[in-house]
Design a binder for this molecule. Sequence first.
Ligand SMILES: C[S@@+](CC[C@H](N)C(=O)[O-])C[C@H]1O[C@@H](n2cnc3c(N)ncnc32)[C@H](O)[C@@H]1O
Length: 263
Amino acid sequence: MRVERRPVGEEESRRANGPDWDRYADEYQATHGEFLGDAGFVWGPEGFTEAEAGVLGDVAGKDVLEVGSGAGQCSRWVRSRGGRAYGLDLSFRQLQHSRRIDLESGIAVPSVLGTATRLPFADASFDVVFSSFGALQFVSDIGDAVAETARVLRTGGRYAFSITHPTRWMFPDDPSEEGLVASQSYWDRTPYVEVDDATGQVSYVEHHRTLGDWVALLAGAGFVITDLLEPEWPEHHERVWGGWSATRGRYTPGTAIFGARLG
Ligand SMILES: C[S@@+](CC[C@H](N)C(=O)[O-])C[C@H]1O[C@@H](n2cnc3c(N)ncnc32)[C@H](O)[C@@H]1O
């Protein structure tokens, strides 16, 4: 596998990232499942929970969609608090894990296979749409994903999502001190691409947007931004998750959580 920076469109991103998540799902759930909790809601590797953040508001009695729901842990938390949460994910294997945990936990999250840029729901179907590190940084046509969210939300509905903090794009994805040395421009939006040496095919893609890009995207789709949370790395939290660690977390934010209201 080799790493490159180069433009990648929506279809190629989807063709790479769906199978990549299918391949990675078993390892992902084995490594992170306990930390996530079968019916837990963390916004990122810092372990900052929705119970602490309160970005979604009271979910009881609300119709809620999780985009990039993975194994549905966050949606199960929403269900345990009285919300009618549904999941959507690009990876069939992630959804199989979701179904497994539905059966093990007794809290079922009805879920569909799909993509963030074409939500298979009628207009104004939901009160809340959210993603916890789900979908958004894997999507090329991000304007479509945000517009689709606006379409399926009811007026006044909430949108919240967490992503890798945009400033992290400047640093190598390395949890050690080496990962604290800026080596790439914050403003360079050229996607991070992994290419399979054997086939020459793109096997994984991540897309970057600056904080200003996100503000413009949300405002342009009719959202009013209500929150931008940047959770601090908690003391005594020693978890290493990809490029996230206490070493880096002491100096630089790893996660950004946006909250917004439609209209
Ligand atoms: C980091 S996981 C987050 C899932 C869950 N919140 C968690 O913490 O485990 C990212 C998820 O986004 C999904 N995903 C990637 N691209 C997507 C797309 N275009 N549409 C919907 N889901 C997508 C992946 O399959 C994966 O399950």
